[in-house]
Design a protein around this ligand. Structure first.
Ligand SMILES: C[S@@+](CC[C@H](N)C(=O)[O-])C[C@H]1O[C@@H](n2cnc3c(N)ncnc32)[C@H](O)[C@@H]1O
Length: 279
């Protein structure tokens, strides 16, 4: 079992050349973003954490030639893939920048809208990023993001905690709860917006259900390994790692047998803030 524990992310041009620009995971959040985002002519848009090109390339094309779009991401191999796509799709109004959103290479008050699909939980210092967005946005311009909230994959994390308790490792429950809480709520993200110079003008919440046949399928899914496995392994001491994951997998599989599959809930939010006039 537990072969997935050997997974190591391979950030090479070869790997990234097959990385999906729009993984199904990102797509659900992207649809939420595209549903609520206002598209206007003649604007400058910045996508922070543009990854392999979503929503950057979709927005560049939906906005059209009167608009200029920029993406920024420190993931250089992904940015190079985006550049290939820009060239091959002949999209003229978009550029991607190697860099971090906490230091944006833009003048003050020059950008009309900043978007981010699933960026916020990945920034080391999201508040610094939001303040930087506020600096570059024009007065009254907007920051719109989507994110997964605390409560993400609740069914999985309940079984993670139960497995720790079965093994008598209640000392590891508190770090597990902290790990889950790093994903905010609409209220905590809104507070971060407010503290960074924005007034929250609208927010929408939706729930996504992700179905897997069982825990073995879930733990071996390449995107689960790529996106989350390292953070779960970091919660478990090396000497019990295999034992823990074997038990967790068995618990997930038993749950799936009893419940007709493993259905995991993802609370998603679209949150939009407007730069305050005096910032
Ligand atoms: C979950 S991915 C989302 C990618 C893409 N927007 C999507 O919807 O698929 C988060 C992205 O944020 C990027 N990221 C992490 N820290 C960043 C930072 N400080 N500034 C900009 N992007 C960052 C990562 O490299 C990654 O591409």
């Amino acid at each position: 079992m537990t072969d997935y524990l050997d997974y190591v992310f391979n950030d090479s041009p070869e790997f990234v050349s097959t990385f999906d620009e729009l993984p199904l995971w990102s797509a659900s959040f992207g649809l939420l973003l595209l549903k609520h985002l206002e598209l206007r002519q003649g604007i400058t848009l910045l996508d922070i954490g543009s990854g392999a090109g979503f929503p950057l390339l979709e927005l560049a094309q939906r906005l059209g030639s009167s608009c200029k779009c920029y993406g920024i991401d420190p993931w250089v191999n992904a940015n190079n893939r985006v550049r290939e796509k820009i060239k091959n799709y002949a999209i003229k109004n978009v550029e991607v920048i190697d860099g971090s959103a906490d230091q944006l290479p833009f003048e003050d008050n020059t950008v009309d809208i900043v978007v981010s699909n699933l960026g916020a939980n990945n920034f080391d210092d999201p508040e610094k990023v939001f303040k930087e967005c506020c600096r570059v946005l024009k007065p009254g311009a907007k920051l719109a993001l989507t994110t997964n909230l605390n409560g993400h994959w609740r069914e999985f994390y309940n079984l993670f905690e139960e497995t720790l308790r079965q093994m008598g490792r209640t000392d590891l429950v508190e770090p597990l709860i902290k790990h889950q809480e790093h994903r905010g709520t609409v209220a905590t993200v809104s507070t971060m917006f407010t503290d960074s110079g924005f007034e929250v003008v609208q927010s929408f919440e939706e729930k996504l259900e992700m179905k897997f046949a069982n825990g073995t399928a879930f733990l071996n899914h390449y995107f689960v390994k790529l996106g989350w496995l390292a953070s779960w392994k970091a919660l478990i001491p090396a000497e019990i790692l295999s034992d823990f994951f074997e038990r967790l997998e068995a618990n997930l599989n038993a749950y799936a047998t009893n419940n007709g599959g493993l259905t995991l809930t993802v609370p998603m939010a679209f949150i939009e803030g407007q730069k305050k006039a005096n910032k």
